[in-house]
Design a protein around this ligand. Structure first.
Ligand SMILES: Cc1cc2nc3c(=O)[nH]c(=O)nc-3n(C[C@H](O)[C@H](O)[C@H](O)COP(=O)(O)OP(=O)(O)OC[C@H]3O[C@@H](n4cnc5c(N)ncnc54)[C@H](O)[C@@H]3O)c2cc1C
Length: 323
């Protein structure tokens, strides 16, 4: 990511943690406002948006847009304004109130990157089922990304676990490859938006298995099937599938934040409407915040607001605020 020219003694105006839609949008805004901006990303830039095939609800794209394409455009846009990036996992932040300098520790190294403000845009992580076989067969039939792994299941039977937007949307995508798809959901109907329900119900490759949970994923060296339990009757049955795609929700994964900022239910960061956290000079945006709607468009909106707040904070402590 071009980090070879970065020096840890430099003090950035803002360090952004996480390069998904929220972090990249924040980067577009801070870099364009001529704040020196460093973004730290532990995986690939683009976040969750880059692992979905088609996004239909991001404004401005009548035919939809591919996730990787949208993510790449955001990355290029932020870089065109001068945002710099570093590859690594933030393991700790130090937002000491007595000093205006914030410290961001990457990969557990003792020397931190330094900045006047921090924007946390670390998103959240997909929940696991926590059943026997899941860990063992991850990468051998168990997947959390249809775009990445769908093509491995050409003409095979697979299962998708979950009943929300992402589960149904990804199941529809998987119909391009799989011969048969069971959607296993613990409730008696999907939670997803109506248009996705209509499309999945009318697709003859898809069969819903409602009121059911997965008890076990089994096989020899790769997935050969799973055992599901009916929550009403307690009866179990086996489904012969070669793949299991898990989309059962998300949880905050913000261990690096520790007690630096206040967090609410599920560990999500509490922010006000200006994306300010409980700690001065530390802002948060996107899926890592406590909120109701976690989508690309809301992550981008949060990112812009967080950047605007960070800009005013930095200008104020530098004595450059336009009043
Ligand atoms: C399969 C799938 C399909 C989806 N479809 C749609 C859709 O059609 N429309 C829609 O609007 N939304 C969709 N979403 C949801 C959307 O992608 C998210 O709401 C959005 O990406 C959230 O953006 P974010 O930047 O807040 O978080 P994320 O996209 O999660 O990005 C956070 C980034 O932070 C990085 N990070 C985390 N911790 C650290 C750390 N300690 N150090 C450094 N980096 C770190 C992560 O690696 C990640 O790249 C979908 C999600 C999935 C998984």
């Amino acid at each position: 990511m071009g980090e070879d020219l970065l020096r840890k003694e430099d003090i950035y105006d803002v360090i952004i943690i996480g390069g998904g839609p929220a972090g990249l949008t924040a980067g577009i805004y801070t870099a364009r406002a001529r704040l020196s901006t460093l973004l730290v990303e532990k995986l690939a830039l683009g976040g969750q948006a880059s692992i979905t095939d088609r996004i239909e609800n991001y404004p401005g794209f009548i035919e939809g847009v591919s996730g990787p394409e949208l993510a790449h455009s955001m990355e290029e846009q932020a870089k065109s304004f001068g945002m710099r990036t570093v590859s690594g996992e933030v393991t700790r932040i130090d937002g000491n109130d007595e000093s205006n300098i914030k410290k961001v520790f990457v990969n557990g190294e003792p020397e931190p990157y330094q900045s006047l403000s921090i924007i946390i845009a670390a998103g959240n992580e997909q929940k696991k089922l926590g059943v026997p076989g899941e860990k063992e067969f991850t990468g051998k039939g168990v997947s959390y990304c249809a775009t990445c792994d769908g093509a491995f299941f050409r003409d095979l039977a697979i299962a998708v676990v979950g009943g929300g937007d992402v589960a149904l949307q990804e199941a529809l995508f998987l119909t391009r490859f799989a011969r048969k798809i069971y959607i296993i959901h613990r409730r008696d109907r999907p939670r997803a938006t109506k248009i996705l329900q209509e499309r999945t119900f009318s697709n003859n490759k898809i069969e819903f298995v409602f009121n059911s949970v997965v008890d076990e994923i089994f096989g020899q060296t790769t997935v050969e099937g799973l055992r599901v339990r009916d929550l009403n009757t307690a009866e179990t049955k086996e489904l012969q599938v070669n793949g299991v795609f898990v989309f059962v929700g998300w949880s905050a994964s913000l261990s690096f934040v520790g007690k630096a900022v206040k967090r609410g239910e599920g560990g999500y960061i509490i922010v006000d409407k200006e994306m300010r956290t409980s700690r001065e000079g530390v802002f948060a945006c996107g899926d890592c915040c406590e909120k109701n709607l976690r989508q690309i468009v809301t992550a981008c909106g949060d990112g812009a607001t967080a950047a605007f707040s960070a800009q005013h904070y930095v200008e104020r402590i530098k004595g450059e605020e336009y009043v």
